[in-house]
Design a protein around this ligand. Structure first.
Ligand code: ZN
Length: 426
């Protein structure tokens, strides 16, 4: 009987997988639809414009066709066919919504580019973009009609450069595909780039949950050479000619490394199927950055580069919040205490039931004292999200709080695992 049940489970599992693949091929091609947007406005206002559609050679994401909506991120986009079926949805953040919380945004308007991707639809439909309103709820912002046969959709030729497969654990639909790109490495520094990828990956896979997830992850490297070595460093007045024009001092925060225009970056990433883009920057300076469902960037040669990398990857892949509250940041009032943040690892207690409340044992006081006694305890520790009072985190320490933390806290572990599992179901 047990054997029969097991057989039934295997058959049902196989049928489910085949059914999902059939569903995918009904609605989508094996290509990516890249949608380039412009996000413009100031602290209080935002307008999103369509810049262009592009058809790219691969789709690296899941082939599960889902009509479920997620509550992550600042933005959500969905594709509805002409007969109103929801066939794709994804969530993201952008550099624009971060900039909206800076002082500059209260005195002037700016525009930033942003790219979103989805499997290339076979049917005509409507792309809907939603943004969180002041109550933290998603609100429809832009509807863009899409016709897959429109001849104005670009299919340009992609950069002619070498691509290396570093780890291959299976098809892109079954695995989470990480693509590493080189920034500020000259053509003669590509062996260093390959060694840097391996060093970063060795560190990440030595830590939970990546150790357990390693067999589900593929790794590619794209040898993307720059004309000059290094990175733009405005506070030192150092400007170099690099492929993606990465720069420190984003929003006047010296250690915040970013790429404001990601068009070239996306052109290079499109050479492989990918779930998440990582940019390694050839510099000794401390710094990095990451935007949820966009890309992760960090330097390679500072003593803490590996620690910065694993922290930033937590933002990019799983939408984790910063759990620190003592360092200076470029943002002012990033979180509103009357709203529950969407990130899984912090809470304002507004909707704590939906976070890790059920995982706190009866014996643990809430709030939990910031003392070594509660070092390995899931609790409610005050101070997180750049704020000392009113925002809480799950553990005394975590890789989302400090670089010296040996591991992620249990709540961050769960969030990273969930993000990678949901992207590798097929
Ligand atoms: Zn954590």
């Amino acid at each position: 009987m047990r054997q029969l049940s097991l057989l039934l489970v295997i058959i049902l599992g196989f049928t489910e997988t085949r059914c999902q693949t059939d569903k995918y091929t009904t609605y989508f091609e094996l290509n990516t639809l890249r949608i380039d947007l412009v996000l413009a406005g100031d602290h209080d206002s935002q307008t999103i414009y369509l810049s262009s559609f592009q058809k790219e050679p691969f789709w690296g994401g899941t082939k599960t066709v889902s009509n479920q909506l997620s509550d992550f991120g600042i933005y959500r986009f969905s594709y509805l066919t002409d007969d109103n079926q929801l066939i794709y949805s994804s969530n993201f953040c952008s550099i624009f919504d971060e900039w909206q919380t800076t002082k500059e945004a209260s005195v002037q308007k700016r525009a930033f580019t942003h790219t979103i991707t989805m499997p290339y639809p076979k049917q005509k439909g409507m792309l809907q973009i939603e943004t969180r309103n002041k109550k933290g709820e998603f609100e429809n912002t832009l509807n863009i009609p899409f016709d897959p046969t429109d001849t104005s959709i670009k299919q340009k030729s992609f950069p002619n450069t070498e691509v290396i497969s570093i780890v291959n654990n299976g098809s892109s639909a079954e695995c989470y595909d990480l693509v590493f790109l080189a920034e500020g490495y000259t053509i003669t520094e590509m062996d260093k780039f390959k060694a840097d990828i391996k060093r970063m990956c060795t560190y990440v896979f030595a830590h939970t949950p990546y150790t357990q997830l390693e067999s589900k992850i593929n790794i590619y490297g794209i040898l993307s050479p720059s004309a000059q070595s290094g990175v733009n460093d405005p506070t030192k007045k150092e400007w170099v000619n690099t492929l993606f024009s990465a720069s420190f001092n984003t929003f006047n925060s010296d250690r915040y490394l970013q790429i404001e225009n990601t068009s070239t970056l996306r052109d290079y990433a499109a050479l492989v199927p990918y779930d998440h883009i990582i940019v390694l920057v050839n510099s000794k300076k401390y710094g990095g950055g990451s935007i949820y469902n966009n890309f992760t960037i960090c330097t390679t040669d500072h003593a803490l580069s590996e620690q910065v990398f694993i922290h930033e990857l937590g933002h990019g892949i799983a939408g984790l919040a910063d759990e620190y509250y003592t360092s200076e940041v470029a943002f002012t009032n990033y979180y509103h205490l009357e709203l529950e943040p969407w990130e899984p690892n912090i809470t304002t207690l507004v909707r704590f039931d939906e976070k890790w409340k059920s995982q706190i044992s009866k014996d643990t006081p809430q709030p939990t004292p910031n003392s070594a006694k509660y070092k390995n305890t899931i609790g409610l520790f005050e101070g997180a999200g750049y704020t000392a009072k009113g925002i809480y985190r799950p553990s005394l320490d975590c890789k989302m709080k400090t670089n010296r933390a040996p591991e992620f806290c249990p709540i961050c572990l769960q969030a990273i695992t969930k993000a990678i599992d949901s992207a590798t179901s097929h």
